[in-house]
Design a protein around this ligand. Structure first.
Ligand SMILES: NC(=O)c1ccc[n+]([C@@H]2O[C@H](COP(=O)([O-])OP(=O)(O)OC[C@H]3O[C@@H](n4cnc5c(N)ncnc54)[C@H](O)[C@@H]3O)[C@@H](O)[C@H]2O)c1
Length: 342
């Protein structure tokens, strides 16, 4: 029998892209989401329009409610756990809610999986934030970007964990629980430490989803503020590449269960947040984009680049979408969907 998928946070950015992909493959899918994120209703409408009104099952539920997540996942063969409080800034303002959703909510999900007789496989979307500021890796300043002095392949999974911010702590705690449930209760899972994911259906705001936010603000001519000198470097992964990594984990679940993977663009897909990104957007839009400048945000890494060699080896996966193409795709989506951002 074909796998039955439950995607928590399936109405969000990454979730709606993955559900779209699963439905295209004819999979049976339940979305579990409390629809709290701006744009969630519009992502559901897009999925219904693309695949039909009854193409997926929707449970409007909250991760903080153990019964709700248990009911929703009881028949699942694969659980892709994406639902989360996702903004570092929000976590600083309200660490309790952040903890309850990200850490306790994930424990609720793991307990649901433990109670299930279907032995579901879980993909957990963690974050590079679990590595903290990595002060042990010296950084070199170049004209338009920062670079690692000694990490040509980027940061490997063996980097010491150093949770920063309530968001870093809640996501880090959750991923350690997921990892340990694989060991202690034999609940098969993988942890994906994702870096900057970007693409269509991303309702980026100033606090979260920076590239989508810059594109939306630039297209709609909203003011843009750059925090820091704009040379901060991130590795960027188009969501269509992330979707293939999830597929590969499911296909290879017996071999990769219990593993942690860095999933990002890696050294070949990097961008400095304004000194390189700004000119790229200006070229795509055919005009200058005015910005204002502020002090760097506390804890903002000068560079983060994932070492993705383990994922290449064990998931036979590698990013395919060049940054220029991915950013152009995002610009075109925002331009064609002005009404979504009203
Ligand atoms: N986008 C990125 O660059 C990135 C990078 C690293 C990790 N991640 C992780 O990937 C996952 C998905 O991120 P995204 O960018 O798609 O975010 P998103 O905000 O677009 O999606 C999250 C979804 O979870 C839902 N949700 C929030 N709280 C909930 C709750 N208590 N119960 C049920 N549903 C709830 C929201 O309504 C939303 O639809 C998150 O776990 C995030 O931490 C994302």
């Amino acid at each position: 029998m074909a796998d039955y998928y439950v995607v928590t946070g399936g109405a969000g950015f990454i979730g709606s892209n993955y559900v779209d992909h699963l439905l295209t493959q004819g999979r049976q899918v339940t979305i579990f989401d409390n629809l709290s994120r701006r744009g969630a209703d519009r992502n559901l409408a897009w999925l219904r329009q693309s695949h039909g009104a009854d193409s997926f099952n929707l449970v409007v539920g909250d991760l903080r409610d153990p019964d709700s997540i248990k009911d929703a996942t009881s028949d699942a063969d694969v659980i892709v756990h994406l639902a989360a409080q996702v903004a570092v800034t929000t976590s600083v303002l309200d660490p309790r809610t952040d903890f309850e959703i990200n850490a306790l909510g994930t424990l609720n999900l793991l307990e649901a999986a433990r109670a299930s007789d279907r032995h579901p496989f879980i993909i957990y979307s963690s974050t590079n934030k679990v590595y903290g500021e990595m002060e042990d890796h010296p950084v070199v300043e170049r004209a338009k970007r920062y670079e690692y002095a000694k990490l040509p392949h980027g940061v490997p999974e063996t980097q010491q964990l150093d949770f920063h911010s309530p968001y870093g702590c809640s996501k880090g705690a959750a991923e350690q629980y997921v990892h340990d449930y694989a060991r202690i209760y034999d609940i098969p899972s993988v942890v994906m430490r994702q870096s900057c994911i970007y693409g269509q259906r991303q309702f980026g705001v100033e606090d979260q989803g920076w590239l989508a936010w810059f594109v939306i603000a630039a297209v709609l001519e909203h003011p843009i503020t750059i925090f820091g000198d704009g040379k901060q470097v991130r590795d960027m992964l188009d969501v269509r590449d992330l979707v293939r990594a999830y597929d590969s984990a499911v296909e290879n679940r017996a071999a990769v269960a219990g593993q942690v993977f860095n999933i990002g663009g890696g050294p070949k897909h990097t961008l400095s947040i304004w000194l390189e990104c700004g000119p790229m957007l200006e070229q795509l839009l055919g005009r200058k984009i005015p910005v204002s400048w502020m002090e760097p945000r506390p804890g903002d890494q000068k560079v983060y680049i994932s070492d993705i060699r383990k994922a290449k080896r064990e998931l036979a996966w590698t990013p395919q979408v060049p940054i220029n193409d991915g950013v152009e795709h995002l610009v075109n989506w925002v331009r064609a969907n002005h009404n979504l951002f009203a």
